[in-house]
Design a protein around this ligand. Structure first.
Ligand code: PGA
Length: 254
């Protein structure tokens, strides 16, 4: 098993969730303006609500800021009112899409099989799939975390995963939006399990697949979380809405 904290280029992805009027584009502009086109710096992405994908992609064009969707349907097109496909996200300027976020799993009954099909759809459209997994508070308290995360990982990833087309986000459900985070030991333990499983299934690529931590990442805790072995970046919710906080997390990778 390899400690990849220093090997893989970090990714800091902001998940705006159902937040973001047109006025929020000013925050994205401020993020863009602070980034340098230097491969030695982390990759930075914002995943806005679908309505802001096109203007955000336009303002990010030619800059290091990447744009991602928050969900996609498994099909490429068709009669699925209210849904959005990976192909449409790509056409709007996205290079990635979050799939299997715990809010989608909880609010929309998305089980691992659905998440796997969505990740496949992302790959089909040429998008990077950011596949989310993580235990609930009850599962953590019952000592089931490693089993739950291992099963979700195995069942949520399709064949054809590479380090270029897939990122894993470990997000304990009880840490999302609560201000609570697991201990650094607990984060490191889960990330080590994910790394081992990825290496077992995908060989050398499994070492290079980035594993993000998500759940109440903020400027005050980012540095210690991002320094942990096998933590290759962060998926950031609330703290990604303000450029100042988000950029402080980006700088914490240094
Ligand atoms: P949070 O959300 O940073 O607000 O806890 C993280 C996420 O859900 O991706």
């Amino acid at each position: 098993m390899t400690d990849t904290a220093q090997e893989n280029r970090p990714l800091i992805a902001g998940n705006w969730k159902m937040n973001g009027l047109k006025s929020a584009l000013a925050e994205a502009t401020a993020v863009r303006d602070a980034l340098k086109p230097d491969p030695g710096t982390p990759e930075v992405m914002i995943c806005p609500p679908a309505t802001l994908l096109v203007p955000l992609a336009e303002l990010a064009a030619g800059s290091p800021l990447a744009v991602g969707g928050q969900d996609c349907h498994a099909a490429a097109s068709g009669a699925h009112t209210g849904d959005i496909s990976a192909e449409i996200l790509r056409d709007a300027g996205a290079s990635a899409v979050i799939v299997g976020h715990s809010e989608r799993r909880a609010d929309h009954g998305e089980v691992d099989r659905i998440v796997r099909d969505k990740a496949s759809a992302a790959h089909r459209a040429g998008l990077t799939a950011i596949v989310c997994i993580g235990e609930t508070r009850g599962q953590r308290e019952a000592g089931l975390t490693l089993g739950v995360v291992g099963r979700q990982l195995a069942a949520s990833l399709p064949e054809g995963v590479t380090d270029a087309n897939t990122v894993i986000a470990y997000e304990p459900v009880w840490a999302i939006g609560t201000g609570l985070t697991p201990s650094t030991e607990d984060v490191a333990e889960v990330h080590a399990l994910i790394r081992k499983d990825l290496e077992t299934r995908f060989g050398a690529a499994g070492r290079r697949i980035r594993i993000l931590y998500g759940g109440s990442v903020k400027p005050s805790n980012a540095r210690e979380l991002l320094a942990l072995p096998n933590v290759d970046g962060a998926l950031v919710g609330g703290a990604s809405l303000k450029a100042e906080d988000f950029l402080a997390i980006v700088r914490a990778t240094a």
